[in-house]
Ligand binder design. Sequence first.
Ligand SMILES: [Zn+2]
Length: 111
Amino acid sequence: MTPRLSRSELSPTERGLRSRIVQIASGERFLRGTLSERSSKCGKPNCRCANGVGHASLYLVQSHAGRVRQLCIPKALQDPVRQAVREFQEMQRLLQEVSELEWQRFLAKKG
Ligand SMILES: [Zn+2]
């Protein structure tokens, strides 16, 4: 394996994947984790949640250093956090695709 790739080695598909990685990496936020919607009762006897649907809250759940940790996401940040989680997932998918192409390239040269 040579240390650097030359662009001529890359198929148009792979160039597209790599460009998308650069685009996301340079301008988007990422968050790894799973979003979990929960409903809870606040405990105030006169609150609407006492007899009905609880208050909706959104958590980001993540495994970290062998443990699970979570963040409660305030309403105002829910859309950006959802977006950041999607960007992380897309980045992960793109990296896996490029890794697969590298795998295939390695096999082809070896054979
Ligand atoms: Zn309540």
